[in-house]
Each structure stands twice: as C-alpha cells, then as structure tokens.
Design a protein around this ligand. Structure first.
Ligand SMILES: [Zn+2]
Length: 133
C-alpha cells in the first residue's frame, strides 16, 4: 500500500466537510461541558455560523486553516497540483467569510472565529469563555 502524503493529496469537498465536522465537535464538546447552550448552523444568519448563542447575540465560526486561508503554517500549505485553482478558490472563500462577518456584525451580533490550529491549544476554552461572557 502506497500512501500519498497529506500535503500532496488534493482536498475534496467530502474531506473538507468531514474535517470541519471533527473540528466543530471539539469546540462543541468543550462548550457543552461548560454548560453553554447554542444552536447549530443557523441559516437565518449570513454564512450559516456553526454555533449560535441567541441570548448572547454571539456566533462562533469554526474554520479549517487551509480552506479558509488562515494566516498560519497550515493555512499556507498548498496542494502540489492545481495551485492556481486552489489559491483562487481560497481567496474567494476568504472574501466570502469577510463579507459574512461584516454582515453579521452589522446586524448587531458578535463574531468569534476559531481556527483549526487553535482547537488543540489549551487556551482555547479561555478564549471562548472570554468572548461569550
Ligand atoms: Zn491556522
């Protein structure tokens, strides 16, 4: 069995979705254990935020570093093939994310983005607690 290194594998929509579901579960578990209650994927708000806290007028997005173009090592990694395609696609994703955040804030909500690379940090819970109040 030959395995393709992860960096060379072409990200598929399915892979993106399942990775995002995993990241989201990490965040949900932490917040649930701390007795926070939230709605999931509220499609009445721009960008369908992953977690919505209506009483606090707050939303959390959980974003994969590659797909959403995070300014970190993981986010800078590009597939070996079709680089132009991916970098254009990721630029569009970033643009769309920025528009969604702007629109949500304009509607009077607070927004926190939790990045994939932050989901393993011990400081994540503190950061979310500080944001949620
Ligand atoms: Zn990152």
């Amino acid at each position: 069995v030959t395995e393709t290194p992860e960096a060379l594998r072409r990200p598929t929509m399915q892979a993106v979705k399942s990775k995002n579901a995993k990241l989201e579960m990490i965040v949900r578990r932490l917040l649930h254990a701390a007795a926070y209650r939230y709605r999931l994927h509220d499609n009445t708000l721009p960008g369908k935020p992953d977690l919505v806290f209506p009483g606090r007028r707050a939303v959390i997005f959980v974003h994969g570093c590659f797909w959403h173009g995070h300014d970190c090592k993981r986010g800078a990694r590009m597939p070996a093939t079709n680089r132009q395609y991916w970098s254009a696609k990721i630029s569009r994703n970033k643009q769309r994310d920025a528009e969604h955040i702007h629109a949500i804030r304009k509607a009077g909500w607070r927004v926190l983005t939790v990045w994939e690379c932050e989901t393993k940090l011990p400081s994540l819970m503190k950061r979310m607690t500080r944001f949620l109040g």
